[in-house]
Design a protein around this ligand. Sequence first.
Ligand SMILES: Nc1ncnc2c1ncn2[C@@H]1O[C@H](COP(=O)(O)OP(=O)(O)O)[C@@H](O)[C@H]1O
Ligand SMILES: [Mg+2]
Length: 434
Amino acid sequence: MYFRQIGPAMNIRYRPFHHADTDAVLALWDEVRAAGHEPVYSLAEVLGSCEKDHAVVAYDDSGITGIAVGRAAHEQGWIVFFAVFARCQSQGIGRTLLANLEESMAKGGLTKVSVLVNDSQSQTGVLEKSGFAHRRHLNYFEREIPISDKERAILNDVGGRLLPRDLWDRIAGMGDEKQVLERRLVLPLSDAGLAEQFGVRPPQAIMLFGPPGTGKTTFAKAVASRLNWPFVEIFASRLAGEPGGIANGLRETFNRVAELDNVVVFIDEVEEIAARRAGDPPSPTQGVTNELLKLIPAFREKPGRLLMCATNFVTALDPAFLRHGRFDYVVPIGLPDSAARWAIWQRYIPPSAAAQIDISALVDRTDGFTPADIEFAARKASQRALESAVYGGATDVNGPTTADYVWAIGETRSTVSAEVLAQFESEISAMART
Ligand SMILES: Nc1ncnc2c1ncn2[C@@H]1O[C@H](COP(=O)(O)OP(=O)(O)O)[C@@H](O)[C@H]1O
Ligand SMILES: [Mg+2]
């Protein structure tokens, strides 16, 4: 291969990358980073392209002085790494490297070569001298693909999935609960390095409890979405149908899930499989409870995964289950206060109708409602308003009115009775651990 020479440094020569140049690439990589210029492509990508795509090195008698690495696909080629050792700069090496790389890549029918550089990169002058136009109006976006192909297959097996990214933001109100979960779970799990620096051991299992419809399932999914970890929900009723029964199904699922780097495992209505051990002879779920008691410590052995359980009946749980060492936190999810109800109402009132609605009246009338009750009432109001607009011959109606909502609230029975609420308050003082 003919290699071009530009500029004065006649003792510098150019040739394609050889595997033996890898150490020099690593040294250059380190030098670039030490100078504060974070490369755009990862080291693995760069080394991959050195071996498989296009890479040109400059060298003199003392060794490698610079490198340019690129990949060409279809008509547009990308330069994935380009650097010259600081001690060799200003000898025209950069320009020659770029010219040689372009020549190497051009064979595939290339019509354009592009480079992404970090804002902090100082030597972009070389690019301009080499005829690269600076496209100032472009911005760079990237997204991590959180799971590999192999993990995707496991997720399919166990019925897990990645959830949409915005579930956390879609939870209206519930500020206290959000704060607890954000601080105790999301913070240490999403930044394990920082947690370690402060001696915080990231939690691995948490129990959510509270009356039905308060948002326990919603929160479990939102935490997984927030962490961007796959979400695997275990349904006791489904496992019951499997050949080995629930205990076996649980064990299998936990085994499969152990192969994932990160995962949130969720067991809803966990009291069904971890009820207080009582009676003689022991109840049929006894074996299942024992199995789960064994599985949790094993699950806790590897970082990067979180077991979330939810129950409406925390007092029905086997006491051994809640003992320290299994669940890091036992978090109550309660009824929304007025600020939370305000936010929840706003979530369900169509924006075009919001101006004509007396939200504070709705908030006052729904003291004691769960988010699910509010959602139910809001749907009912919308449905009634829609029907009367279409079939009732009303003109200039542009959505539900306060009267529709007040009517629907009257038609909605709150899920949580005064007794259940009182019971929940006493459970909070007896069982909560946050
Ligand atoms: N904070 C909230 N904001 C808006 N909707 C909510 C909120 N919490 C719960 N919901 C809605 O209420 C319903 C019941 O919530 P869910 O999480 O299933 O309750 P739980 O698991 O505690 O019984 C769901 O439709 C959910 O979307
Ligand atoms: Mg639920």
